[in-house]
Write a protein that binds this ligand. Structure first.
Ligand code: AMP
Length: 124
């Protein structure tokens, strides 16, 4: 899938629309999700044109991959989530209901989170 630079996170990265920023460095930007699903719900995005985890890990320079994942860990630390625990999640494509076609890692925390996925999977 080709990268569409009109997506909302591309606009946030270009400063065309605001975000509630929690962290930024040369590789990444982290901000609060506009529709939080947990007491803490932050998104971390890489600075670059990457649709998904597969796209990013195949195409991004090693320094950016390292910097991005360091940022995810640092944000969890700075948000005070490490001791109690937290969840990271990255949706990709239709089956996962990815809404925004720019790689983003969700960080959820601040309460006991529910099961990883819904419990209706029967194995078939
Ligand atoms: P996903 O379904 O994994 O693509 O998640 C996209 C996430 O982006 C959702 O949790 C939305 O609430 C969030 N979102 C969409 N627009 C914005 C925005 N302008 N600022 C912050 N979060 C947003």
């Amino acid at each position: 899938m080709a990268y569409d630079d009109t997506n909302i996170f591309a606009k946030i990265l270009r400063g065309e629309i605001p975000c509630n920023k929690v962290y930024e460095d040369e590789y990444s930007l982290a901000f609060h999700d506009i529709n939080p699903q947990a007491p803490v719900h932050v998104l971390v995005i890489p600075k670059g044109d990457f649709v998904s985890m597969a796209d990013f890990t195949a195409s991004a320079p090693a320094e950016l991959i390292t910097g991005f994942f360091r940022a995810v860990g640092k944000v969890a630390e700075e948000l005070g989530l490490v001791e109690a625990g937290y969840r990271t999640l990255a949706n990709a494509g239709d089956n996962a209901h990815q809404e925004v076609p720019h790689l983003h890692v969700h960080i959820f925390g601040g309460k006991k989170l529910g099961p990883m996925l819904d419990s209706h999977f029967s194995g078939s």
